[in-house]
Design a protein around this ligand. Sequence first.
Ligand code: PBG
Length: 325
Amino acid sequence: MVMPFSRHRRLRQSANMRALVRENHLNVNDFIYPLFIVEGEKIKNEVSSMPGVFHLSLDFLEEEMKDIVSLGIKSVILFGVPAEKDECGEQAYHDHGIVQEATRFIKERFPDMIVVADTCLCEYTSHGHCGVVENGKVLNDASLELLVKTAVSQAKAGADIIAPSNMMDGFVTAIRAGLDEAGFEEIPIMSYAVKYSSAFYGPFREAADSTPQFGDRKTYQMDPSNRLEAMREAESDVAEGADFLIVKPGMPYLDIVRDVKNNFNLPVVVYNVSGEYSMVKAAALNGWIDEKNVALEMLIGMKRAGADLIITYFAKDAARWLKEQ
Ligand code: PBG
């Protein structure tokens, strides 16, 4: 007797048939492209652990932005690498800090570009932690004050979205109140709600020169073993008034992306972080994998898991690849 079975292959028999039944799609509108802006002039240095990613000074930014716009990318997220760092990360909230200057530069020339400002202190503090340090501890509430100042100065410079990545408790409440008080009630908060303490940030820390000088970030970023804790973090940020929820990193945390998507009604943003990018680039440079197909599969995996938006160093490459298809 022949057992009955289903003929799933009916819907896979040709490229057009597969296109008809395709459930998820990548679109250039899904991408937010990270940029590392440095102080100084005539600087365009490739980050050694992130081929294709550069430290750019403002005079090279115009050319880069033209390229980004021509590819159809509509949003960038800015990270600053200041010339000077100090205990309190003053360059993070200085009105002429590098991110504030870069924001003004972009908004003057490309007013439609959505500029997301990453709101954190680690690139600006001499100790490399995301907050104020006292007796070897990262203080929560004292850090909030500086983060609010940072967010307000970024909004003043013209940032369209504030993206706090510091993982202090109460940062959404504090920043929302600070923005509203300064007259920026229209500026949304894209909260790094669920941010794990991850080894996948390694290459970013080279790019942003933000490796903690002592200890690690485990007292504020989340333990990779935990799933329920992600729900508690996201719940708080929703209650505090976040407008977007970021899950970070992406690839090893797609279960969390799905949980967040199923449990909350805000746009879900996945941060496809530096280590995920560097692994693909390194393997591709060795000829071990097909970069385009691996990267696109990684990105569609994030969409399938529930991402509405993806912050990715692959944004420019992916925009190009999607145009070719
Ligand atoms: C700042 C910040 C980090 C990343 C984004 N914002 C580094 C960190 O938390 O150590 C990582 C991004 C990446 O790896 O691509 N706190």
